[in-house]
Write a protein that binds this ligand. Structure first.
Ligand code: HEM
Length: 183
């Protein structure tokens, strides 16, 4: 049986291999995308950078939790709640990050969507619709998690699909190769 770290590694390698294969196909099949230099695209570029930093910040919270053993890596694939441990400074920081996650999450979704709209990203390159779907997916299940009228079962499912690394790994790999194709 593979342990959880190996499963994440195998999953990452799988997504990476499929992405590389599609990257090679798309660089042959699609003509080079000419750079669209306008005021709006410059603003859009800025939003893209902010979005990247927000995602790094959001996932840093999960890494911090894993570092102080608030749940094993496997619990980020099938998340469970774990009692808090660690020094009080780190716990205070985590409390702050937990309380503010919704705002950072909404900001990340908003700036990534603005980035996509303002840059006029070519949606026929499949990396981009995939990123769009994943961001909307994160937002939707994040909302179900937050909404006090969500049925218990829906909340459970939402935690399962929202609070794991699998989406983050896909988001990172797809955006990286997508940008390589249009740069
Ligand atoms: C792209 C945007 C987002 C990403 C990448 C993201 C990622 C995550 C991750 C990785 C976790 C698990 C944290 C952990 O325990 O380690 C989480 C939890 C959670 N997220 Fe998000 N999230 C995003 C947007 C949102 C939005 C827009 C909302 C609500 C409107 C939201 C609400 C929640 C809630 C309620 C939890 C569970 C409690 C908690 O851990 O804070 N998220 N999110």
């Amino acid at each position: 049986m593979l342990n959880s770290n190996k499963k994440v590694l195998v999953y990452t390698l799988f997504v990476l291999s499929v992405s590389i294969a599609y990257f090679v196909y798309a660089s042959i099949a699609y003509p080079p995308v000419s750079e669209n230099e306008s005021f709006l695209s410059e603003v859009g570029e800025g939003f893209g950078e902010i979005g990247l930093w927000l995602l790094l910040f959001i996932y840093a919270r999960t890494v911090l939790k894993l570092m102080i053993r608030k749940g094993r890596l496997s619990s980020r694939i099938l998340p469970e709640y774990f009692p808090s441990v660690g020094s009080s400074v780190i716990n205070k920081l985590l409390c702050y990050l937990d309380r503010t996650h919704i705002y950072f999450g909404i900001a990340a979704v908003a700036v990534i969507l603005l980035h996509i709209v303002l840059m006029g990203i070519p949606m026929d390159i499949l990396f981009f619709p995939a990123v769009l779907i994943l961001v909307v997916w994160q937002a939707l299940f994040g909302l179900f998690l937050t909404w006090k009228y969500s049925p218990k079962q829906l909340k459970k499912l939402s935690y399962l699909v929202h609070a794991q690394f699998l989406t983050g790994i896909m988001l990172g790999i797809f955006s990286y190769f997508g940008h390589l194709l249009i740069d």
